[in-house]
Write a protein that binds this ligand. Structure first.
Ligand SMILES: [Zn+2]
Length: 306
């Protein structure tokens, strides 16, 4: 019995040896073939291999998939940082190449696939994972915004407003209601988070804005005919008249020392202004005696002020 077992083992051992040798030979042949293959042959070989891989993945069970991904994770966890960078760069270069060469149908199907994958991933993530993702997204976006040129910025904003306009033009009543609800919820959240200073500032800004709007509305309402120029509107003429009446009711006096014109309140002793009155030097600083009177205004500078 013992002998029989040994014999089987020996047989298995020989078989294993033979199998190895056969495999080695096969691999050597494949390598030799690869060394001499043309670009076209290489492309075909890799395509075939990828197709095979994809087919296998479509068929694999959840368990198998877990094992495969686990193995990959293990391999990736052991790679050095530079190797990792190279791998990821190669991967994105390959992806870019694929994207450049894809047909419209392939593009639509790829984007649909990416979007489902994203939705699935987001639905499964924990609140911490979500926070990390949003933080990461924000940093990335900020970096991108900081490095964009003026043209890029204009193009981006134009693109956004185009998309928004298109969305608003084509939205259904339900979509509209959902959108408004979303906006309200966002606003509510923002209001709940704001500090008392932020609240005070916001209310102040709202008051200023409301006043401005009311002023504009009042002005528009007082127009006789909205196509006529502002200076021909009755309300504007009334106000200008009032302004001139008030101006002419003010008493003006000329200081006998500095020759400046002041309203009555600024004068002491009715003929000398407060400034000249305080000036006890002789001659006074702004006086004719101190050569401070430029004399008559030359004709070239006599421009009508009204
Ligand atoms: Zn004076």
């Amino acid at each position: 019995m013992e002998m029989l077992k040994n014999q089987t083992e020996k047989k298995n051992f020989i078989n294993e040896d033979e199998r190895r040798a056969r495999l080695d030979k096969k691999n050597e042949r494949a390598r030799a073939k690869r060394r001499t293959e043309t670009e076209e042959e290489k492309r075909k070989r890799l395509e075939k291999r990828n197709e095979k891989d994809r087919a296998r993945r479509r068929e694999e069970s959840t368990q198998d998939k877990k094992i495969r991904l686990g193995k990959r994770k293990l391999i990736y966890s052991e790679e050095s940082p530079p190797k990792r960078v190279t791998r990821l760069e190669d991967k994105s270069a390959l992806q870019r190449k694929h994207i450049l060469n894809e047909t419209a149908v392939q593009r639509v199907s790829r984007l649909a696939y990416v979007s489902t994958l994203q939705k699935k991933r987001r639905a499964a993530e924990s609140s911490e994972e979500r926070a990390v993702r949003l933080e990461h997204d924000n940093t990335f976006k900020k970096k991108q915004l900081e490095s964009e040129s003026t043209e890029q910025r204009t193009a981006r904003l134009e693109h956004i407003s185009k998309i928004q306009k298109k969305r608003l033009d084509t939205e259904s009543a339900e979509q509209r209601a959902a959108r408004l609800e979303h906006v309200n919820a966002l606003q509510k959240k923002r209001l709940e988070r704001e500090s008392s200073e932020e609240r005070a500032l916001r209310l102040q800004q709202m008051r200023v804005f409301r006043k401005k709007r009311e002023a504009v509305q009042n002005m528009v309402q007082s127009y006789d005919d909205s196509t006529a120029p502002l200076l021909q509107q009755t309300f504007a003429r009334t106000r200008m008249m009032k302004f001139h009446e008030e101006l002419s009711s003010i008493d003006f006096n000329i200081c006998s020392v500095c020759l400046e014109t002041f309203s009555g309140a600024k004068m002491t002793k009715s003929t000398i202004c407060q400034r000249c009155c305080r000036d006890k030097k002789d001659p006074k600083l702004y006086s004719t005696n101190n050569n401070m009177d430029p004399g008559e205004v030359p004709i070239e500078l006599q421009v009508s002020t009204q």
